[in-house]
Design a protein around this ligand. Sequence first.
Ligand SMILES: NC(=O)c1ncn([C@@H]2O[C@H](COP(=O)(O)O)[C@@H](O)[C@H]2O)c1NC=O
Length: 524
Amino acid sequence: MKPLALLSVSDKTGLLDLARELSTTYNFQLISSGGTAKAIKAAELEVTKVSDYTGAPEILGGRVKTLHPRIHGGILARLDLPEHQQDLNDNAIQPIRIVVVNLYPFEETIAKPNVTLEDAIENIDIGGPTLIRASAKNYKHVAVLSNPSQYAELLEELKANNGETTLEFRKKLAVAAFKHTQSYDTAIAKYLSGDLVSNLESLEEKSTNTLSSSYTLLCNNPKPLRYGENPHQPATWYQVGATPKGWSAAQQLQGKELSFNNLLDLEAARSIIAEFGDDQPAAVIIKHNNPCGVAIGSTIAEAYQKAFEADSTSAFGGIVALNRPIDEETAQLLNKTFLECVVAPACVPSVASILSKKQNLRVLVLSDFHQGSHETVKTIAGGMLVQRSDDESVKPDTWKVVTQKQPTPEQLQELIFAWKVSRHVKSNAIVITKDSTTIGIGAGQMNRVGSAKIALEQAGEKAQGAFLASDGFFPFDDSVRTAAAAGITAIVQPGGSLRDADSIKAADELGLVMVLTGIRHFLH
Ligand SMILES: NC(=O)c1ncn([C@@H]2O[C@H](COP(=O)(O)O)[C@@H](O)[C@H]2O)c1NC=O
């Protein structure tokens, strides 16, 4: 009697080649569910329909196809146990040696724009995971394939072992199978629980009754990276969810492979550019996850040039993000210095030959800069911290002017610019700007005075008439006095210190404008 191989697949990629090899080269009898059998038959290969083998028709519009004791008995039987053999004989069941299944495309279905709950539910595969789990449980006797990418490996295995599979190989497939059904079920649970929104709502409720009892990140398509932050740290880049989004959907037009640090810096650049929307051309240059230059210009070339000149020393080896397509003028400017990466929503075709002069420069196209994650996740010893991302838009209409001096509309615009940048600088953050360009950035200092000194020193003479944003409140009036002495005109800060009155008094004394946003933007 021929050994049995069961094939039941939604994604029919590679199916016919595999079926042909199994039946003609390795002499398997193929049994398949309706659609799979039809495809195999159409290729003039021999196949038995599951319903013919079991004598039970597919019912409920396909909700029940393979859920039958003749199928699951054949998969789950321990062939080393005489009592199992007896059961097989008594029930005219043949052992099934190879099971090839891939599941209804649940994640692809829910990613569709107007998906209905009905559609989503009908795409929850029941029989498929049951086949996969049963086969994986009985890996000592059954080889289970849960993805077309495994077909070639199976054929090599059969070739190397006279039409058999080794226990080691089957165990490896079983592990992959359980991981697959786990992530499949996680996607379903996430979707049915209201997806991310309800996770975040439950975070906001802060009540243990409403918090999810577990938190799972569903990651796919691992891409090995050369290394992590440093060469001795192995690292992998995973795509979150089944459909490529964000950086997983970005197109790399040229340059070396992306590194771990490139991706972190690109993400920092993306989040700043997203802040400025699409109204005006904006450019940002990132170094070590902090911006070293951010600017708005009348053209994208001008915005880049202003961002570059903001701190040309630090821009060397930087990561650039632009919110307009790269045109020839900008490409020529980009080529003037060593940069690691540049990302833009598009590239004018003629710039390819200009940028290719810098062969190592990674050029990426990201069509949507606004697709950030709504939650951030960090690991700590024995735990994981999850929070809503700091992605709420800046709302200047809620700001309060607390000084006698009021800002002019132009000054308010500049303060908005400074504030938008400051929330993306590691705390303690002080950002000095002028003409919609950063001219001094103090990042990641352990006290705010230190950050202010660094930012003001970098701004130098240009601090005269410039604007200052602070991501957290001023605990004392010292930074206000230092800023005024350097020539700062207006300050935006959250407020909320016990000594706010001291800072406001100093601002009034020194003739500054001070605006309180009422919201803090620490970034660790
Ligand atoms: N209900 C069942 O008994 C069942 N058995 C297998 N499936 C799935 O049906 C699909 C294949 O169907 P077809 O061969 O009819 O194209 C596969 O994705 C497989 O995972 C089933 N469908 C869903 O639960």
